[in-house]
Design a protein around this ligand. Structure first.
Ligand SMILES: Nc1ncnc2c1ncn2[C@@H]1O[C@H](COP(=O)(O)OP(=O)(O)OP(=O)(O)O)[C@@H](O)[C@H]1O
Ligand code: SF4
Ligand SMILES: [Mg+2]
Length: 371
């Protein structure tokens, strides 16, 4: 997987400067989106946590969309707001301490932020399912795995206990767990098997949308590849749309159609996989790609983005990446950049370099060409 990724990244690096030079003239600031086809559209979502030490601004005007059958990768470093976004879509933000401040989560044309909990109960698990970050905490340790799968089926499909068990056995076979182990408890399975059981629970009711929160991070590399392969297969067979949360561009390369780069609770850059891999444009995205080790080069030290993500209790006034960005100008510290459309398929970026307000845009592009 690493070889493949390195090839992709190398190709991207070579073509980035060329694409910017050729297409810079085509940059405009309009966002074009075809809302009618979207299965899910998260618009300007803002979520805060009110704690004893202050207000945590976890999600700050985050937007992305997903069409039926597509997989979007939410990529970002720890604390960027990926899990909070997923929990918000699932309607699982505990209030207090969490508060939805603004925004919309439009699923099949309906704003999930406006529906009552009784309606959410019909959607959660049936229409939209989630694979949680840690498979061990997602499973009930004192309940046989088969009961945990059949419970979801019984609740949503209103079938008898016997029918639910039969369907659950089928799901176990789908995720390649031998049915004779159905009555065992979570601790009797390996990490990879537990994650496959969590996937079986999430897919038990054939949801239209599956949110996978770092489904392979806790697994070793060989098991990771198997679980990803299985998820891809299931997604294709069940025609499930997917939000893949990860900090790993290898996972994105393997599974996603679109990518949204999340930082300090915002999407700083998004586009199709081709847009992002061929022409990473936001300085943060460029830094993330630069931090991927290249197996073809003998490098003593890996590149790292200097500094840390800003404290969500004390976010910068302007661009959230400004304190770490080597291209930052005065305007970056003073004003938030708006969204700019870049050449490509669905490529958008939030950076003053592309708003036309930065007089040094040309110089920065020249610098990139030289890198
Ligand atoms: N219940 C909570 N109370 C207070 N702060 C919270 C709560 N849940 C999340 N946060 C804060 O919100 C921010 C986003 O957290 P989140 O878990 O969404 O990040 P993440 O991108 O999923 O990170 P990771 O990659 O480590 O899983 C963090 O600063 C986190 O500390
Ligand atoms: S807006 Fe300014 S500080 Fe932010 S990423 Fe762009 S150049 Fe860097
Ligand atoms: Mg998380």
């Amino acid at each position: 997987m690493n070889d493949m990724l390195n090839e992709t990244v190398n190709a991207a690096a070579e073509e980035t400067a060329e694409v910017i030079a050729e297409e810079a003239a085509g940059i405009n600031t309009e966002i074009v989106s075809d809302e009618s086809e979207n299965l899910l559209e998260v618009k300007d979502l803002t979520v805060e946590f009110h704690t004893d030490s202050g207000i945590v601004q976890a999600i700050n005007g985050l937007s992305f969309s997903l069409k039926a059958g597509e997989t979007v990768g939410l990529v970002g470093e720890t604390g960027a707001g990926k899990t909070t976004t997923a929990l918000a879509i699932m309607g699982l933000i505990n209030c207090p301490p969490g508060f939805y401040k603004s925004g919309e989560i439009i699923y099949k044309g309906k704003d999930l932020m406006k529906i009552p909990e009784s309606e959410y109960l019909k959607i959660r698990g049936r229409e939209i399912s989630m694979i949680f970050q840690d498979p061990m905490t997602a499973l009930n340790p004192v309940m046989p795995v088969i009961d945990q799968i059949s419970e979801v089926i019984k609740n949503h499909k209103h079938v008898s206990a016997k029918e639910a068990r039969e369907e659950a056995i089928e799901m176990l076979k789908v995720v390649r767990i031998p049915p004779e182990r159905a009555d065992e408890y979570p601790h009797q399975f390996s990490g990879g098997m537990r994650q496959r059981i969590v996937i079986a629970i999430a897919l038990a009711c054939n949801p239209a949308l599956l949110i996978a929160d770092e489904p392979t991070t806790a697994l070793d590399v060989t098991i990771q590849a198997q679980v990803l392969e299985m998820m891809r297969e299931l997604r294709d067979n069940f025609n499930t749309s997917m939000i893949m949360i990860t900090h790993d561009f290898g996972v994105v390369a393997e599974t996603c159609d679109k990518v949204a780069i999340v930082y300090a609770g915002e999407v700083l850059e998004s586009g199709t996989k081709r847009d992002i891999f061929k022409n990473p444009s936001h300085p943060y995205t460029v830094g993330l790609f630069g931090a991927i080790p290249n197996l073809n080069e003998d490098t003593e030290f890996l590149y790292q983005i200097e500094g840390l993500m800003p404290d969500p209790m004390d976010l910068p006034k302007g661009c959230p990446f400004a304190p770490r960005c080597s291209y930052a100008k005065d305007i970056c510290h003073a004003e938030k950049p708006c969204v700019s459309r870049l050449p490509g398929e669905e490529h958008v970026v939030k950076c003053h370099k592309y708003t036309g307000s930065d007089e040094n845009q040309e110089i920065v592009n020249e610098e990139w060409r030289d890198e």
